[in-house]
Design a protein around this ligand. Structure first.
Ligand code: C2E
Ligand code: CA
Ligand code: CA
Length: 775
């Protein structure tokens, strides 16, 4: 391999040398002109006809050489065109031809100088003759270094005749002159050798580089990355195949030894880049190559993304890695899109939305007003329930897209929760009211999805974003309050936030707005809280407590919505529903467990409920003695006699009556005498403030004693801890206990389970407390 390399180096040098022999026609002509001119001078000086022969010969030889040169190039071109390379014999042949003509030309000059010197009549002419010989030497050095033999022949042809001529004079100065020819000739020859040596080194070096490049190229073309290796002069050592593929260049082209600029020119001509992007690429490549930068990503023609990195090479130069990351970039964009997109509507999801708002706020001027708009579909549940979730989702998508149209391309919109959307809009001169109204009117329409038509209305709430509200959290809350406010005024409403909208007020409004429908839709139903016998710990009764399962707010407690229902005059409907359900549910429990239902003061304003109950008992075939009614003193204040009469009707039928929340409010002991009562429920607030030391404990004991004396049972409410139970344990007159210690309000079937497990009498309090009911 090394041998090969050397041989081919010699060969390259030789071919190169022969090539150069036939170059520089200008030089031939210039040389000829110089010779003819000098010869002409001699002719004019001497009028010797011999000096006419030399220039004619010089011209003839020059013409021959020109012709030779033309022939040489024509032949070489013909050989190349046939797809071959000229062989060594061919080169040798041409070298021989060249030698023949050129040495003859040199001999012509040498003989001319010699004879000129001899025949010259003036010193000037003699010098001119010699100068012509010397003037030929540099061109020999410059052009014939490739062949020492040829160079030597030329030198001999020039100097031998001259030396012989000068010798004929045979005096001291001329001998000295001839003696000086020798070192001159020798130094010229040594220069020729030096030039040759340098040339050989250079060719070997570049040949080695090219070979190295080829080997490297083979090695690095298996890499998946593009690779560009540059030497310390910024010339390409390797540009591997993947790199060529990235730049759209043919794999066949070899760039070794080319400059980076040359590569860029190729890319411009043959690669797949437009000029603008190419300049960017070229800038980055040269910056990387110079080590001014070590990493860069460039987006080419909007389609291709390249990642480039550079490592300096220890001895100078750089290794550039080029990776086409277009696919990765596309994938990560896709992932990013998925990460920030709501799959149902294609709008932003929560994360994407808040990121987008933060960005929009950060990049907008202080004068831009952003607003948050929250909107939702009125009664969307109806769509979901009637048409199914699939259609519901399609409708959401249609509404989301419509909102994009109404709010414009700059708006950031997300779906938040089931059917609620949040938008962040940049408001110009339009008022927030106008934007909200437009949105409501634009979206409250009939949508056709999946061949089905949905006429829907939208409610909208809006709030302006304040400067210090960086992520829009406050505005979001405000807009939600505004939406709640809008919804409380019925569907297809809009509202703009103002600070008077406080949360509890709005919640009340919201609950009131939804309560009517809740009663109809059966969203209100009872849970049952266990009541135990104080002596045995046995489960003896349950109190039905109303619960409202609200769509958005979750479970709403009776404490919150019963007063609203009373205000709105719909409480009796709830009472009926509760009574009916309680009878139904408790019928599945053991016979000895009774059920208590709370009635409101409003229920006794007329006899309708009492009539209904007495009817229902028969209709549902329910044993009246298993039902207990809980009333509060407020029921009695207005018209005690009227209420008392109805209670009596119920009681006559066998229904038990309890006075609830005793110990609070009016607490008139008179009622205990006058009313048809079976039981008194001592309010939980009493026990809560009772401890061993206080007189309240005695009060509790006395109260229980009094009730017992009047023949009424007692229930202590709000027993939460074992300590409280300890205090109550020794009071002989307490009949029943109720509170979280024995369990919270539970579904009807949980009560059935507990009843079957714990229904048997238990010793109190040593045994495990019926606390276990709760589990
Ligand atoms: P209430 O009749 O005094 O019912 C007992 C309330 O105390 C229930 O609250 C119950 O969950 C809670 N409670 C039970 N054990 C404990 C305890 O150990 N500690 C404490 N701190 N609380 C306990 P809830 O269910 O929110 O009911 C509140 C009130 O709403 C009831 O007070 C009752 O007056 C009324 N109510 C409940 N359901 C109905 C109903 O169906 N109709 C009517 N008209 N009113 C109802
Ligand atoms: Ca009660
Ligand atoms: Ca109570």
């Amino acid at each position: 391999m090394d041998n090969d390399k050397h041989r081919s180096a010699e060969r390259i040098i030789y071919e190169n040398f022969v090539d150069r022999l036939f170059e520089g026609r200008g030089q031939i002509i210039a040389g000829m002109c110089l010779q003819v001119a000098v010869m002409a001078i001699l002719y004019v000086e001497t009028f010797n006809p011999i000096f006419f022969v030399f220039p004619v010969l010089a011209v003839a030889l020059a013409l021959m050489r020109l012709r030779q040169s033309r022939q040489f190039h024509a032949e070489r071109a013909a050989i190349s065109a046939s797809g071959n390379k000229p062989d060594e014999a061919w080169y040798r042949d041409w070298e021989w031809r060249f030698t023949l003509t050129t040495v003859t030309a040199a001999l012509n000059v040498g003989l001319f100088s010699s004879s000129g010197y001899l025949l010259a009549e003036t010193e000037f002419v003699a010098v001119v003759a010699i100068v012509l010989v010397f003037a030929s030497v540099p061109s020999i050095i410059a052009r014939l270094y490739g062949s020492i033999r040829l160079a030597a022949m030329m030198m001999v042809s020039l100097f031998l005749p001259l030396t012989l001529g000068v010798f004929t004079v045979w005096d001291a100065p001329h001998l000295v002159m001839v003696a000086l020819f020798v070192p001159f000739t020798l130094s010229a020859m040594s220069m020729i050798r030096d030039v040759r040596q340098t040339f050989v080194f250079a060719v070997r070096g570049s040949l080695e580089k090219r070979l190295l490049g080829k080997r490297l190229n083979d090695a690095v073309s298996n890499m998946s990355h593009g690779l560009l290796m540059l030497d310390d002069d910024g010339q390409v050592i390797v540009l591997n195949d993947p790199a060529k593929a990235i730049f759209g260049l043919s794999e066949k082209r070899d760039f070794a030894g080319r400059s980076l600029a040359a590569v860029m020119r190729y890319i411009r001509r043959y690669g797949s880049y437009d000029a603008g992007r190419l300049t960017a690429l070229s800038d980055i490549l040269s910056r990387l190559a110079k080590g001014e930068q070590s990493k860069a990503s460039v987006l080419i023609s909007g389609k291709q993304t390249l990642e480039l990195s550079a490592n300096p090479r220890p001895g100078g130069g750089a290794v550039l890695l080029i990776e086409d990351i277009t696919e990765q970039v596309r994938m990560s964009r896709k992932l990013e899109k998925m990460r920030t997109t709501d799959p149902i509507t294609g709008l932003l999801n929560r994360d994407g939305f808040f990121t987008a708002i933060s960005k929009a706020l950060a990049s907008s001027s202080a004068r831009t007003q952003h607003s948050i708009i929250v909107f939702d579909i009125d009664d969307f549940k109806r769509v979901n329930d009637s048409a199914g979730h699939f259609q519901g989702d399609r409708l959401l998508k249609a509404v989301g897209q419509a909102s994009r149209k109404v709010l414009g391309a700059n708006a950031k919109i997300t779906r938040h929760g089931a059917d609620e959307f949040i938008a962040c809009v940049r408001r110009s001169r339009k008022s927030l009211e106008a934007v909200c109204r437009e949105l409501r009117d634009g979206l409250s329409t009939t949508y056709t999805v999946g061949g089905e038509q949905f006429a829907i209305t939208i409610s909208v709430g809006g709030a302006d974003l304040l400067r210090d509200d960086h992520d829009g959290t406050d505005a979001n809350i405000h807009a939600s309050l505004a939406l709640t406010d809008a919804k409380s005024r019925g569907s297809r409403s809009f509202s703009v936030y103002d600070p008077s909208m406080n949360v509890s007020q709005l919640r009340r409004q919201l609950l009131k707005g939804a309560l009517m429908n809740a009663v109809h839709a059966g969203e209100i139903s009872p849970l049952y809280q266990p009541i135990v016998d104080a002596k045995s710990g046995r489960l003896v009764a349950c109190e039905a407590l109303a619960r409202w399962q609200h769509d958005e707010l979750g479970v709403v407690s009776a404490e919150e919505f019963i007063p609203l229902a009373e205000e709105m005059g719909v409480v009796t409907r709830i009472s009926r529903h509760m009574l009916s359900k309680a009878m139904q549910d408790s019928a599945k429990w053991p016979d000895d467990i009774t059920v208590s239902v709370n009635l409101s003061a409003k229920d006794f304003e007329d006899t309708a409920l009492t009539d209904w109950l007495l009817n229902a008992l028969g209709r549902q075939n329910f044993n009246p003695s298993r039902l207990e009614i809980e009333i509060t003193e407020t029921s009695l204040i207005r018209n005690e006699a009227f209420v008392s009469k109805q209670l009596k009707r119920m009681r006559d039928r066998g229904v038990r009556i309890a006075l609830d929340d005793f110990g609070t409010g009016y607490s008139s002991f008179n009622y205990l005498h006058r009313l048809p009562l079976d039981r008194v429920k001592i309010d939980k607030s009493l026990l809560a403030t009772t401890s061993k030391e206080t007189s309240l404990l005695q009060l509790l004991e006395r109260l229980a004693g009094l009730c017992a004396a009047l023949g009424k049972g007692t229930t202590i409410e709000g027993v939460e801890t074992a300590e409280q139970l300890e205090l109550l344990r020794d009071m002989s007159d307490i009949g029943r206990l109720q509170g979280y210690l024995f369990g919270p309000a539970l579904p009807a079937d949980a009560i059935a389970t507990i009843a079957s497990a714990h229904g048997s009498p238990r010793a109190m309090p040593d045994e495990t407390l019926p606390m276990a009911y709760a589990s």
